[in-house]
Design a protein around this ligand. Structure first.
Ligand code: ADP
Ligand code: ASP
Ligand code: MG
Length: 409
């Protein structure tokens, strides 16, 4: 008997009718003779609304209480899905993340899974239950509820699939798979039949929110077979898997955009050994994910350091930099929120020259100015003004012919 993990995102369980449809799909899988574990997200915009609600109470809510609040969204969904399955005559049981044995570190709002004690889930599976687990949450060592960051139900699904040694992990969402670019922005974006873990990891961490990047890390580490597909159609989706040689035939697999980054510049940082380390040690200690870093040429013994961070970490970053400024004595902190990060990703870029030129040239053709650049073996990212984000994605999609199944020449 195969064990299948299925995850349904917020839009797939947005209302009672959607929940009934999901229940039908899950039951169909069970009736085919499989064991099924289901992970669900909060209904529709519930998480966004809970965050708005908190901010109506205070502009700076505590992370612990935010987790207490946000984790309720997923708990509503699991209970309703279990009820829907009961009405169809199925044996189903809903569990919170902690009840499912998901243990995390103490970093509220971006907790990492440390381990999963899957004995309770296994017990229910053995009893023939469809097990429904609340996504995006687990229990810290001090028995507090913690959430994983936006999109975290994907991570619950893949981590549970790894821990249960599931035969397959299916991520059901509101598009038919992973596309060459966000299909809501690029109308002729192409659904990819397959994508390598490393490409998906970069696309996800660079803004393609169809999968949370940490879920892809888990999938790669534990070799989880991942499929992204639509919960509204029955078409095959995209397989995310270990790379094979033929995947290198495609130079650029996709374009991603992240409009939720901000650029922070510390002006007048003393130009002496250890200062950069001191700044980034503070940020690392708060689990703030720094992406691009630029240090200007020093003048008069001082330099400017710019880096990009997720917008949600801005308040925390400002506070940290204020405390660092006592030790470092930089002159000023500047925040630029009017930016977008646009990236092209593909393992075929390895050993292929001229891709950066082609990217910069295409952007120049539309008069789009580049503010920052960063590269790795399989991606090139640029920071541009936010108003050009959509134009840049469409331009690059066209320049690299991503609507077609392209081959390296
Ligand atoms: P869910 O609620 O199911 O978790 P998300 O909203 O988190 O769904 O992710 C799905 C969305 O990701 C799609 O609606 C799409 O707009 C967006 N998206 C961004 N980039 C891509 C891409 N390259 N391929 C597919 N979807 C993408
Ligand atoms: N409900 C959470 C969010 O909106 C987690 C998820 O949907 O994956 O981010
Ligand atoms: Mg999601």
């Amino acid at each position: 008997m195969a064990l299948i993990v299925q995850k349904f995102g917020g839009s797939s369980v947005a209302n009672p009718e959607c929940i009934r449809r999901v229940a039908g799909r899950v039951l169909e899988m069970k009736k085919k003779g499989n064991n099924v574990v289901v992970i669900v997200s909060a209904m529709g915009d519930t998480t966004d609304n809970l965050i708005i609600l908190a901010h109506q109470i205070t502009p700076d809510p505590s992370d612990r209480e935010m987790d207490m609040l946000m984790s309720t969204g997923e708990q509503v969904s699991v209970a309703l899905l279990a009820m829907a399955l009961h009405t169809m005559g199925a044996n189903a049981v809903s569990l919170t993340g902690p009840q499912a044995g998901i243990c995390t570190d103490s970093m509220h709002r971006k907790a990492k899974i440390l381990g999963i004690n899957s004995s309770r889930v296994m017990k229910h599976i053995r009893q023939g239950h469809i097990v429904i687990v609340a996504g995006f949450q687990g229990l810290t060592p001090s028995q507090d509820i913690a959430t994983f960051g936006r999109g975290g139900s994907d991570t619950t699904a893949v981590a549970l699939a790894a821990s249960l040694k599931a035969d397959k992990c299916q991520i059901f969402t509101d598009v038919e798979g992973v596309y060459s670019a966000d299909p809501r922005i690029v109308k002729n974006a192409r659904k990819l039949d397959e994508i390598a873990y490393d490409e998906m990891l970069d696309m996800a961490s660079l803004g393609a929110k169809v999968l949370m990047s940490r879920s892809v890390e888990f999938a790669k580490k534990y070799g989880v077979k991942l499929e992204v597909l639509s919960s509204f159609t029955n078409k095959p989706g995209t397989i995310v898997k270990e790379e094979v040689k033929s995947m290198e035939d495609v130079i650029v697999r996709g374009v991603s955009a992240d409009t939720d980054q901000v650029k922070v510049t510390l002006e007048g940082v003393p130009d002496r050994p250890g200062e950069a380390a001191r700044i980034f040690k503070e940020l690392a200690g708060a689990s703030i994910n720094i992406d691009m870093i630029i240090q200007n040429i020093s003048a008069c013994g001082q330099t400017d350091i710019s880096f990009t961070i997720p917008r949600e970490d801005l308040v925390k970053t400002k506070k940290l930099m204020k405390s660092v400024s006592k030790a470092i004595d930089f002159k000023k902190i500047n925040v630029d929120e009017d930016i977008a990060k646009i990236s092209i990703v593909g393992i075929g870029m390895r050993g292929h020259s001229g891709v950066a030129f082609q990217m910069f040239n295409a952007l120049a053709g539309k008069n789009i100015n580049i503010l920052m650049i960063s590269t790795s073996e399989i991606k090139i990212s640029v920071i541009i003004r936010k108003k050009y984000a959509k134009l840049a994605i469409k331009t690059l999609h066209k320049a690299f012919n991503l609507h077609k199944k392209s081959k390296k020449k």
